[in-house]
Write a protein that binds this ligand. Structure first.
Ligand SMILES: NC(=O)c1ccc[n+]([C@@H]2O[C@H](COP(=O)([O-])OP(=O)(O)OC[C@H]3O[C@@H](n4cnc5c(N)ncnc54)[C@H](O)[C@@H]3O)[C@@H](O)[C@H]2O)c1
Length: 268
């Protein structure tokens, strides 16, 4: 028996990075998995790799910026596998060229990121919840970000949209808990996915590494394993929470690395 045997899961943005890790781990632990992604070839390829290994998975087109497409993905999951027990709302975007500080940011980009990062969570949940109620319960998991918990020099829309995801997570948990539906978030710090590597120059990755409490960067499976736990019944008394998976980057005084260097220099 796998940790999520008997469950059916829809993973949005599952063709790459964090979503791909979660979809893979869920399938390997016994779930039937639908991978929905804008990159439909990537979604189908991921599903085909899983099927070759004897797991149950399907890859479909999903545009998380479109209500109808999100509904179709939920409907496909229910039609194909009979129900939906786990919904992982993972799609999220950032744009380092247009999502800037408050004075200079592009307002169309604000609207686009709110739609893709936040409204897609609302819509996926809205379409899945009636099926989960019918099935006797379910687990909704949302990808937030540590950008939800701290200010930054730029990415104002990204941070605001992810902070809203953290609170929408609590609202869903509060509203549907009595139907045995749990809703939790996972807030990654920097995770070395293709998106992060493409967006961040090595000098920026070094800054992140310097301020991590741990001596390494996060990887997609660090988030995928958290999602697996939240999807499974092992987390059955956890709801409304957003788990921070961030290598201790944000938990201490941000100047600690400089203090450590100072102490080392005076203790010589
Ligand atoms: N990587 C990090 O450091 C990090 C940190 C904090 C939060 N996150 C969040 O994790 C989530 C996944 O990020 P990732 O780093 O794995 O990214 P990624 O680019 O590796 O994967 C994202 C996937 O989503 C798909 N996608 C993008 N827009 C879509 C849309 N409109 N409809 C359907 N699919 C779409 C892409 O095709 C891709 O397969 C995002 O919500 C992101 O904000 C990532």
């Amino acid at each position: 028996m796998g940790r999520v045997s008997g469950k059916t899961a829809l993973v949005t943005g599952g063709a790459s990075g964090i979503g791909l890790s979660a979809a893979t781990l869920l399938a390997k632990e016994g779930a039937k998995v639908v991978i929905g992604d804008f990159n439909v070839e990537g979604a189908k390829e991921a599903a085909s790799q899983l099927k070759k290994q004897g797991f149950e998975a399907e890859g479909i087109f999903l545009d998380a910026s479109k209500e109808e497409s999100i509904k179709e993905a939920v409907d496909f999951t229910v039609d194909h596998f009979g129900t939906i027990n786990v919904l992982y709302n993972n799609v999220g975007l950032t744009n380092l060229k247009k999502d800037l500080d408050v004075v200079n940011m592009d307002l169309d980009e604000w609207d686009r990121l709110m739609n893709v990062n936040l409204k897609s969570v609302l819509l996926g949940s809205r379409f899945a919840i009636p099926h989960m109620i019918k099935a006797g319960g379910g687990s909704i998991i949302n990808t937030a970000s540590m950008a939800a918990f701290a200010g930054d020099a730029m990415r104002s829309a990204y941070g605001a949209s992810k902070a809203a995801v953290v609170n929408l997570t609590r609202y869903i948990a509060a509203q549907y808990g009595k139907h045995n539906i749990r809703c939790n978030g996972v807030a990654p710090g920097l995770i070395l996915t293709p998106a992060a590597k493409n967006n961040m120059p090595p000098a920026v990755l070094d800054i992140f590494a310097k301020y991590n409490a741990l001596p390494y960067h996060g990887e997609a499976d660090d988030i995928g394993n958290t999602v697996l736990f939240l999807a499974s019944d092992e987390s059955k008394f956890i709801t409304g929470q957003t788990i921070q998976v961030e290598g201790g980057h944000y938990m201490a005084n941000p100047s600690i690395a400089d203090f450590q260097n100072f102490l080392a220099s005076v203790q010589k």
